[in-house]
Design a binder for this molecule. Sequence first.
Ligand SMILES: [Zn+2]
Length: 106
Amino acid sequence: MAECIEREKVLSEIKSRFIDLISSDGDLYVNEGINRGLNKAIGIVENAPAADVRPERRGRWERFRCKGDRHDTFRCSDCGHLLWYVTKFCPNCGAKMGGKGGKSNV
Ligand SMILES: [Zn+2]
């Protein structure tokens, strides 16, 4: 399974670690080597392809019954889509129901 990382956070971490290695009174050739390594690492991270990631939508089914109705109706808390039954995902917006941040009422 592919994992996602935040490019700017990785770059920040790499820079801070390389800067710790550079010594103001250190060997010029060593520091130059560290700088080359830093630039190479930054280039790798900056040129790494971005993943096609969308934030996961979460919601819950809200149960209600209109006056005179004989059956409950369920409304997606994320998009308002109405159904006569519940599903794990909203068929309209794709929100995952009952997961973290979206406790189901049913
Ligand atoms: Zn929905």
